[in-house]
Design a protein around this ligand. Structure first.
Ligand code: ZN
Length: 146
């Protein structure tokens, strides 16, 4: 009996953890993410972020991406992304400050990124933002590992 209860609790825990390891967020033709805060469980072996652009404007004028970094790195990283340009999705290649990033997408498109939490600290101060020029100052939110 005890064994059965333990198995049930473990199955429930695994289900709860997997639910928190996949995140969906939407953007449109404005400088706004559908969520101002995202949180994941520190138990997640990996996290998948799905970004959907529900607007109609092309990526060269209203492109968006989802970039994750330590909050203290966001300003410098956004400036480095600006220099990298659209072909590089406004993300500097091989930059260790980038914890995760999707491609830049336009209206009607979607993109996903799967990343590990192993280089991140539960309770740490992380921010997700869009690195399209001019967007990151307002288009960002808190990313929490709980
Ligand atoms: Zn944007």
């Amino acid at each position: 009996m005890t064994r059965l209860i333990v198995a049930m609790v473990m199955a429930f825990a695994a289900q709860a953890a997997s639910a928190q390891c996949s995140l969906d967020i939407e953007v449109g033709d404005t400088l706004k993410f559908s969520e101002s805060e995202l949180s994941v469980s520190s138990d997640c072996e990996s996290v998948t972020l799905n970004l959907t652009h529900t607007g109609g404007m092309p990526k060269n004028t209203m492109g968006h991406n989802w970039v994750l970094a330590a909050t203290g790195d966001v300003n410098a990283l956004a400036n480095a992304g600006l220099a990298a340009g659209l072909d590089a999705n406004y993300v500097p290649a091989g930059d260790a400050r980038v914890l995760a990033a999707t491609d830049i997408i336009g209206g009607g498109e979607s993109a996903s990124v799967t990343f590990s939490l192993e280089n991140m600290t539960p309770g740490g101060d992380y921010t997700f933002f869009c690195s399209f020029p001019g967007h990151w100052a307002v288009m960002k939110g808190a990313f929490k590992i709980v």
